[in-house]
Design a protein around this ligand. Structure first.
Ligand code: GDP
Ligand code: MG
Length: 184
């Protein structure tokens, strides 16, 4: 995090943001929708991506968000501490059609806080909001958990693009706000 000395005109800030959550909740598709406006109907095509750097503008400042994807490693073993190192933001994703992925959010938060700063900005993301008929987790339950944990909350769909940009922007804007308060 912090100002870049190499290229001050085009890059004021670089923030590392990690995506976490159970397998198949849609982490990789949220990232590909955000960074490339693409969606993959199967999980396979997105394995292997480590991170994407996305330029964003907040308060007239150009900010680069370096967004890390687990690249499927949560399927086989715990995520390594290197994944979390230096992260200043996290999107904790569950699937609104699978209650278990919501129950596991606290496990992901524990892991995040074990490996990173307590002040990491977090947003709880209920993904697959397009699958209305298969919903198992209510919006109210999502909101309540986020409030209890001091997180932002949003429901998204990587399939129909709903709230995807907003989810990433909320985290990056808050990181920027915290940082600019510290500087002033
Ligand atoms: P990851 O394991 O958390 O990275 O999940 P993926 O991004 O690989 O997605 C897992 C599966 O869910 C894939 O088949 C995706 O096409 C599907 N998927 C991801 N996001 C959405 C969504 O918002 N809506 C729907 N209907 N399917 C989604
Ligand atoms: Mg993935």
């Amino acid at each position: 995090m912090g100002a870049s000395s190499e290229d001050e005109q085009t890059e004021d800030y670089l923030f590392k943001v990690v995506l976490i959550g159970d397998s198949a909740v849609g982490k990789s598709n949220l990232l590909s929708r955000f960074a490339r406006n693409e969606f993959y109907p199967s999980s396979k095509s997105t394995i292997g991506v480590e991170f994407q750097t996305q330029k964003m503008e907040i308060n007239g400042k150009e900010i680069k968000a370096q967004i890390w994807d687990t690249a499927g490693q949560e399927r086989f073993k715990a995520i390594t501490s290197a994944y979390y190192r230096g992260a200043v933001g996290a999107l904790v994703v569950y699937d609104i059609t699978r209650q278990q992925t919501f129950e596991n959010v606290s496990k992901w938060l524990d892991e995040l806080h074990t490996h990173s700063d307590m002040n990491v900005v977090t947003i709880l993301v209920g993904n697959k909001s397009d699958l209305k008929d298969a919903r198992e987790v209510s919006t109210a339950d999502g909101k309540a958990l986020a409030e209890a944990q001091g997180m932002f909350f949003i429901e998204t769909s990587a399939l129909d693009s709903s709230n995807v940009v907003e989810a990433f922007q909320t985290v990056v804007r808050e990181i920027y706000n915290i940082l600019s308060r510290k500087v002033m």
